[in-house]
Design a protein around this ligand. Sequence first.
Ligand code: ADP
Ligand code: MG
Length: 257
Amino acid sequence: MRIVAITNQKGGVGKTTTSVNLSACLAQMGVRCLLIDLDSQGNATSGLGLAKEEGGSIYSALVEGTDPHEVIRSTRMPHLSVIRSHQELAGCEIELAQRGNHLTRLREVLDQLRHSNHFDYIFLDCPPSLGVLMTSALAAADEMLVPIQCEYFGLEGLSSIVQVVQQIRDCGVNPNLLLEGIVMTMYDQRANLANQVVNDVKSYFAEVIYNTIIPRTIRLGEAPSFGKSIIEYEPNGRGSQAYRALAEEFLARRATK
Ligand code: ADP
Ligand code: MG
């Protein structure tokens, strides 16, 4: 089992969209996925059609010590499960920080899931800030996957992510954390700037950049309001094709490593 943090401290870059649709596409291929919604806004939870306030959450597991297996919920898709977020998650950053074990608390919770071996991948949909939850996600993860938006300011912040990875490795909390990949999202082929950004990122991060580029499509933006992943909402559209290609590339990269 591998734990993959989907992360970028910028908001609105496609973290949640990628978390939901990558895990849905992998699940459709028969890969057993668990998506953990670490953002107090709960967009991944509602984007998969689950009520935000129903049942236990990752907050219960982190703060109240509930067995994480008890808060796993199934979705309409056979191989896709979710642990929902909780509004209180935002406040829990402070609570966790005061406890002193904030960096490792999420890892302890995930270790319990690691041992039961119900999943091939756990994806962590991270909140848009370099706070306690995001750093604990990086402390717990085997790999990180970074979506960036294909626009000029998309590159901003990328260097601070690289720095944070280095710090997490160096401080000994998670020496093996791997920057597995960068995915370019919301690509608009009509915008010259988008092409330039793609080329820049490809030259700086040739090793880790995904070949698959996620286009900006109206349907990808709409699907969450229907509580559906893109493969349920528009199975044969461009958004579905792109996220399926991403899922295939995600698996293919492992096969060759
Ligand atoms: P983040 O989780 O990084 O904050 P989101 O995945 O929530 O970003 O995306 C931000 C907004 O952009 C959301 O409203 C989402 O539906 C929309 N969006 C994300 N990716 C696409 C895309 N490829 N095409 C169109 N809209 C998108
Ligand atoms: Mg999000």
